[in-house]
Design a protein around this ligand. Structure first.
Ligand SMILES: NC(=O)c1ccc[n+]([C@@H]2O[C@H](COP(=O)([O-])OP(=O)(O)OC[C@H]3O[C@@H](n4cnc5c(N)ncnc54)[C@H](O)[C@@H]3O)[C@@H](O)[C@H]2O)c1
Length: 267
């Protein structure tokens, strides 16, 4: 059966785990040859092995998405191995919990570098290639944390808001070249992020996150991968500069308390 991405080549940063790994597998399942790029070579290699075991095409590279040389090497690997780049999924990002006045400058700069500068670098190196090809799809991982503030996550909020607006500016500059640039805004997704942010209270963190979503649960990485596939494929051919919110209903809420009991009983 023909895949939606047959003959296309994709780069997935932070492809070794969570949303990136699920997306790399999903894109490969639809026929894309995938470059799995991750800070952890072990994780990137494992995802590549899974894709190949399913009959897909993939190579991996250990890289830091905040490092220009790492991003450049990833682009070169894609070109040398597969000869083109059709899809770029800029997915790397990191959060650190701290109150604003307690964030060290070093931590602030690292969060901005991994979360926002990485997106800039990926686009900077891929856009000229996509322009020559006359087509491309770029997907950036933003977050609902780029649409509002979170207590203790100000550097992440600032970086993800930057990803959203960088996506829009990039979409405007590149529409004439038939390159679409969109971002996905996940709600809380069931990945290692719960352990990283929740520490030894990860279970409680997961329970509270689930409660905060009107659908009553956290999302799964595969549910974001479905949105990434949509934005990568021709199914979204008239979308550019958009935010695709995949958040179980969180941002449908004003944030004010609601009173289901009151609504039911006031008559
Ligand atoms: N999990 C969530 O709830 C959630 C919600 C909204 C947005 N996001 C965003 O989704 C993206 C992926 O998050 P996740 O939860 O799937 O993560 P994860 O922790 O499950 O996996 C992250 C992967 O990224 C790799 N990585 C970390 N720093 C890197 C770097 N500098 N360069 C290259 N690779 C790096 C890690 O080795 C790991 O394999 C991030 O941008 C994150 O901010 C996550």
């Amino acid at each position: 059966m023909a895949g939606k991405l047959d003959g296309r080549v994709a780069i997935v940063t932070a492809g070794g785990a969570g949303i990136g790994a699920a997306s790399a597998r999903r894109l490969a399942h639809e026929g894309a040859a995938v470059v799995v790029a991750d800070l952890s070579g072990t994780r990137a290699e494992a995802v590549t092995t899974q894709i190949r075991a399913q009959g897909g095409q993939a190579v991996w590279i250990k890289m830091d998405a905040a490092d220009p040389e790492g991003v450049y090497a990833t682009v070169q690997l894609a070109l040398q191995t597969y000869g083109r780049i059709d899809i770029l999924f800029n997915n790397a990002g990191m959060a650190e919990i701290a109150l604003l006045d307690e964030i060290s400058l070093e931590s602030w700069q690292r969060v901005l570098a991994v979360t926002l500068t990485s997106v800039f670098l990926g686009m900077k190196y891929c856009l000229p290639i996509m322009r020559k090809q006359g087509k491309g799809a770029i997907i950036n991982t933003a977050s609902i944390s780029g649409m509002g503030g979170d207590y203790g996550l100000s550097s992440y909020n600032a970086a993800k808001a930057g990803v959203i607006n960088l996506t829009r500016a990039a979409a405007l500059e590149n529409a004439r070249y038939n390159i679409r640039v969109n971002c996905v805004c996940p709600g809380a997704i069931n990945t290692r992020a719960a352990e990283i942010l929740g520490g030894n209270r990860a279970d409680e963190f997961r329970r509270l996150q689930a409660q905060a979503h009107p659908l009553g649960r956290m999302g799964e990485p595969e549910e974001i991968a479905n949105a990434v596939l949509f934005l990568a494929s021709d199914d979204s051919s008239f979308m550019t500069g958009a935010m695709l919110v995949v958040d179980g209903g969180v941002t449908a809420h004003t944030g004010l308390p609601s009173f289901p009991h009151f609504v039911q009983t006031r008559q």
